[in-house]
Design a protein. Structure first.
Ligand code: NG6
Ligand code: CA
Length: 515
């Protein structure tokens, strides 16, 4: 028996053991190969603002690699992350559901996986169509089912959600554990130096930021002043795992190379690569190739680094002859922030640069810049009209749009909050959504010319505690803006248009009740 026959026999056995008809599966694979299904790459930058690219108005520094994508594809001017913070945005992208349905908020580094791995997900949807799937980069969706032992197999996680391969920063750059996780295991872990982490109390021998500020590359606020790793104090404490520690300056090479390895490994099979960057999130510790190059301090340098990483992956696609048949989506998980816990001179060195690109607010905020982010789509084989698109679109829509793109029919109730925006992804002239929900500490709704921010009734979330609540749009009365004439959201028209307030609040209630 040849190897091929042996493998095919094994596959048949496995599939029938799982109750799956062999013919269906093999047909999908065969068709995929014959028709050369398009690949999909999602670049998901962290905290990149609407104005943070030279193709979106930044003049202080240049982002030539991302700008080249904008020139070759569609540049969206009204595209949104589904939330103004990271975990909820990622949750929605991978499930097609609003984060409020699952109370998904910013997670600590020891949180359990917040996506139910028995339910449909974006990567599983790609696998149904015969794709190879990978996630390389920042995760921040939790891992394990309650208590994670970092010294054993860490699961459930991305593999259980439908990724064939994963190489992760488990939470954020500013949270422990400061190690890489490849598939189920911490990379370079020495079993004689096991890892433990805590978000409650100090553990381990490592110095901490509050006691040893002289060891720090950047000073940090109290929240970010626990265990020091690589001269950066983090949120949370970590003991052990010395050999496995990451070096922040190496991120551009480590993550980019892993993504390239994956692209090289798929060999002809269609693939979906989800590439969530650490950049330009804090701590911003760019490699010396980029440090000092933007003139705007580490935040600007991190933008250059991110641009370089994007370029390397796009170059690899070109080198492999895959670029023309790859749909690339480039965007960001929430709006910009200057000081997010580290004294890295972001504000002091900003000069004239406006990271929010003329909109009000930024990360955490209910105002536009909380979720309005750059979004660029390229697909040389299939874009009908290139150029600027003003279509209103949310990342939550990628689920249904991509299902349509690769020809997968969704199950009843799958990705309920997602709308099929494929026409807009492929045609700068196509229309977008009628209305769109934005999540922050409250819910907001865009509808026609209106932007409505629902009054906030709860207690101030802790991640807003060190920000000025007003700056983020936190008010206990309704806010209504005519975004077509007042893009800075300055004139609250709620009192003048109570019927509009009522209608938009009702619409939010209807969305909340959807199942
Ligand atoms: C906040 C952190 C902030 C950042 C954010 C997550 C504090 C005071 N602030 O809680 O530094 O890590 O979480 O950012 O701890 S996000 O882009 O991943 O949502
Ligand atoms: Ca973020």
């Amino acid at each position: 028996m040849t190897n091929k026959l042996l493998i095919s026999g094994l596959i048949t056995m496995l599939l029938s053991a799982c109750g799956v008809e062999k013919t269906n599966q093999v047909n999908i694979q065969d068709t995929a190969l014959k028709e050369k299904k398009p690949n999909v790459v999602i670049f998901y930058v962290d905290d990149l603002g609407y104005g943070d690219l030279s193709s979106y108005g930044m003049t202080a520094a240049k982002t030539p690699n991302v700008d080249a994508l904008a020139k070759e594809g569609i540049r969206f001017t009204d595209a949104h992350s589904s939330a103004a913070t990271c975990t909820p945005s990622r949750y929605s992208l991978l499930t097609g559901q609003y984060a409020f349905r699952n109370n998904a908020a910013i997670l600590p580094g020891d949180a359990p996986l917040i996506i139910d791995h028995t339910k449909p997900t974006l990567p599983k949807m790609f696998k149904r169509a015969g794709y190879k799937t990978a996630v390389v980069g920042k995760w921040h969706l939790g891992l394990g089912d309650g208590f994670v032992d970092w010294n054993k197999a860490v699961k459930p996680g991305p593999l259980e959600l439908g990724f064939d391969y994963s190489f992760l920063m488990p939470a954020t750059g500013d949270r422990v554990p400061t190690v890489y996780l490849e598939n189920h295991h911490v990379v370079n872990l020495n079993p004689n130096d096991p890892i433990t982490i805590s978000y409650e109390k100090r553990i381990g021998e490592r110095p901490v930021g509050t006691e040893s500020p002289e060891l720090l590359k950047q000073k940090a606020d109290l929240q970010h002043s626990a265990t020091i790793v690589n001269g950066i104090s983090r949120i949370g404490w970590m003991a052990g795992g010395k050999k496995a520690e990451w070096k922040d300056e190496d991120f551009p090479f480590v993550f980019t190379n892993k993504a390239i390895d994956f692209i090289q490994s798929v060999k002809g099979q269609p693939f979906m690569l989800f590439f969530p960057f650490h950049d330009i999130h804090v701590p911003r510790v760019p490699h010396k190739l980029f440090a000092g190059k933007s003139g705007m301090g580490p935040r600007g340098d991190a933008i250059l680094q991110m641009d370089w990483m994007t370029g390397r992956i796009v170059d690899e696609l070109k080198k492999q002859g895959l670029y023309e048949n790859t749909l690339i989506i480039f965007s960001s998980d929430n709006g910009p922030v200057m000081d997010d816990g580290y004294a890295d001179m972001a504000e002091e060195m900003r000069g004239d640069h406006d990271p929010a690109g003329g909109y009000r607010g930024g990360k955490y905020s209910a105002y536009e810049a909380g979720t309005r982010v750059p979004m660029i789509v390229t697909y040389p084989n299939g874009i009908k009209n290139k150029g600027d698109s003003s279509a209103l679109i949310s990342h939550i829509d990628l689920y249904k749009s991509l299902a349509q793109f690769i020809g997968v029919e969704l199950a009843q109730g799958e990705a309920i909050d997602s709308e099929n925006m494929l026409p807009a992804l492929l045609d700068a002239k196509a229309k977008g959504r009628q209305d769109m929900l934005e999540e922050s500490f409250t819910l907001s709704l865009r509808s026609g010319k209106w932007k409505y921010i629902a009054p906030f009734t709860g207690t101030t979330p802790n991640w807003l505690a060190n920000k000025t609540a007003i700056e983020n749009g936190l008010k206990t009365s309704p806010q209504l803006f005519d975004i077509s004439t007042d893009r800075q959201e300055q004139v609250n028209l709620a009192a003048e248009y109570p019927e509009v307030v009522e209608r938009l609040q009702q619409r939010i209630e209807t969305i909340k009740k959807m199942h």
